[in-house]
Design a protein around this ligand. Structure first.
Ligand code: ZN
Length: 595
């Protein structure tokens, strides 16, 4: 897509939603850590599998019917409510009525900001206006009985995020006014203090601790002290952040997704309060996830619950459940955590974890259909299939669009003296270095091939540092070249750094050799392994029954005609292996005995 043209179209077409003053700066201040995120409009995907999924998700959510999305809200408000009821989780009598409206608004606002697509801006404005019309004199923001009785904090979090994104990314001025109104309207229904969901088997299941991040952001936007006070009341300090900060493993038995997304509340609390205990809690949680909870994909939480480490429970789960990872929600949560940690520490390890779950988690989910059927759990057991969740419009329909919209946030980060390339994907980033606008264009067939080329364009020669993450799975230091000539790179915190005066057209190239390796499922089952190549988990496609054994990496040969796929002879037949994200409807096996 030609960003120049679409951005002009966007600005021309978006007169009705003129960008408000106070939109986000082009990057966040780096005061609280060595790196900062870019704004959504600084980065553009230009090709590859992430962009293919991004474009499909963009189209799918743009096609959602506004009347249907607003139907439960209008019906509750006693307004004419045209459109077919959504049903599923979202319906009036559903599990969480109207829950994901704010997330759909958020996702479309983020995609619109990145792509400049005026249709996203128009839809965001229409949904905010339609939602506002249902609030009534008491600013009642909940759609149905279960919304208000069971999940008010969970839903309020999504409303606030959607409204803030509509205002800050799309410029819908009305959304700014709705932030405090919706919060105060919700006050009669939300508890005064936070509570942990641990052990909760009966409603209300509500998850207060996911809210502080949004409440702090809303406080910063509006200056309304009540938002700040409620954020403080909902921080899960005593039961969760304090023990995590002290190095105590409090994960086992807890609800997986909600306690990972709660770490974003810790991330924001650290920035607002300046208390480094939140950083220690996040770092220790990330370490525990990676070292004791994680499947090869970067997923965790079989049956949505953290396991007891060193008891072989990940292995056992392969045979006892199909619900291994709540993938869109879990990926969204753990990728946000990784971005907070990357910015706070500048340590590439967090980029490694992010890469793993982007390519093997959210990128690898089943494509949603047009009527509310969505991916939810990924299955890592033998002879599995990618399936939809049995109920329509689940939680993962909200985090899927937000998580995919955030792909552009994961690729580049701003450093005080240049930029960081964290993820390898065809894309472009632009920023201003010492007053000069610089564009960096990345060309690559990663993750299927390991060659990456970064081309600099700038109006004048300009000095800055270019940092490339050296993936943690690499055995050796990569060779970097500028315009074909080897260059020296400093290695620091997992990044290779090339500092020089760049001239327009200069191209930095790097080769990351992709080799097969295996990873054990847990410490008690070293023979049960997943097959990986570079950042990708490979699965056996259409596995023969009763023969769950991986070919040895040495026996694998590239499959003619399908770049990225491999095969190996197995008796009279052939086994084929492909990246997990290639799988559509065929059966697959991820873990097998080391062959
Ligand atoms: Zn979910």
């Amino acid at each position: 897509m030609d960003n120049g043209i679409t951005r002009r179209d966007f600005l021309a077409g978006a007169a009705a939603v003129a960008l408000a003053s106070g939109v986000r700066p082009s990057a966040y201040p780096a005061a609280s850590g060595p790196l900062a995120e870019f704004d959504y409009d600084a980065v553009e995907l230009t090709g590859g599998p992430l962009k293919q999924q991004y474009d499909r998700i963009h189209a799918a959510y743009l096609a959602l019917d506004n009347d249907r999305l607003l139907q439960v809200y209008r019906e509750r408000a006693g307004l004419p409510a045209p459109g077919e009821p959504m049903g599923g989780w979202y319906g009036r009598d559903g599990f969480v009525p109207g829950h994901s409206l704010g997330q759909y608004i958020s996702g479309l606002a983020r995609i619109g900001r990145t792509t400049g697509d005026a249709a996203c801006a128009t839809k965001v404005a229409a949904l905010v206006e339609g939602f506002a019309a249902t609030l009534g004199p008491k600013d009642q923001c909940f759609a149905g009985p279960n919304a208000v009785n069971v999940w008010p904090c969970y839903i309020l979090d999504k409303h606030l995020a959607g409204l803030m994104d509509a205002y800050q990314l799309t410029g819908v001025a009305q959304a700014r006014d709705l932030v405090p109104r919706v919060f105060h309207g919700a006050l009669p229904y939300i508890p005064e203090r936070g509570r942990d969901r641990i052990g909760k088997k009966d409603p209300p299941y509500d998850e207060t601790y996911v809210l502080p991040e949004s409440l702090f952001l809303a406080y910063e936007l509006t200056g309304d002290r009540a938002l700040y006070d409620r954020a403080m009341a909902y921080l899960l300090d005593r039961d969760y952040f304090d023990p995590l900060a002290a190095g105590v493993n409090v994960l086992p038995g807890r609800h997986a997704y909600s306690h990972v997304i709660a770490l974003s509340s810790a991330g924001k609390a650290r920035l607002v309060l300046g208390d480094e205990k939140y950083l220690r809690a996040m770092q220790n949680a990330a370490h525990l996830l990676q070292s004791t909870q994680q499947f090869a994909t970067g997923g965790w939480g079989p049956n949505e619950t953290f396991i007891e480490p060193h008891k072989g429970q990940l292995y056992a789960s392969l045979h006892t459940t199909n619900d291994h990872f709540e993938t869109p929600c879990g990926s969204y949560a753990v990728i946000k955590l990784a971005r907070y940690l990357l910015c706070a520490t500048g340590d590439a390890r967090y980029g490694d974890g992010l890469e793993r779950v982007v390519f093997n988690g959210i990128l690898a989910v089943k494509e949603p259909d047009a009527d509310g059927d969505y991916p939810y759990y990924s299955t890592y057991g033998a002879a599995a299939h990618k399936v939809f969740y049995p109920k329509k419009w689940p939680c993962c329909s909200g985090t899927l669009v937000e998580g995919v919209a955030d792909y552009v946030k994961n690729i580049y980060f701003l450093a005080p003296d240049g930029v960081v390339v964290n993820l390898y994907a065809p894309s472009r980033v632009k920023w201003t270095e010492h007053g000069t606008e610089v564009t960096l264009a990345q060309e690559t067939d990663y993750p299927l091939r390991g060659t990456v080329a970064l081309r600099v364009t700038s109006a004048a020669p300009i000095e800055f540092a270019l940092r490339m993450r050296v993936p943690g799975w690499m055995a050796a230091t990569p060779q970097l070249r500028v315009n074909g000539k080897p260059v020296h790179a400093d290695l620091q915190q997992g990044f290779a750094i090339v500092r020089r005066r760049w001239t327009s057209g200069d191209t930095l190239t790097c080769e990351f050799p992709l080799q097969f390796r295996t990873e054990a499922i847990d410490d008690l089952h070293p023979e049960t392994v997943a097959l990986l190549r570079g950042p990708l988990v490979y699965v056996e496609q259409n596995p023969a029954e009763g023969e769950a054994a991986h070919a040895s990496p040495e026996a694998l040969r590239p499959e003619a005609g399908t770049p990225g796929a491999f095969s190996s002879p197995a008796g009279k037949s052939t086994r084929t292996y492909a990246p997990f994200y290639f799988v559509r409807d065929e059966a697959y096996t991820m873990y097998a005995q080391h062959g």
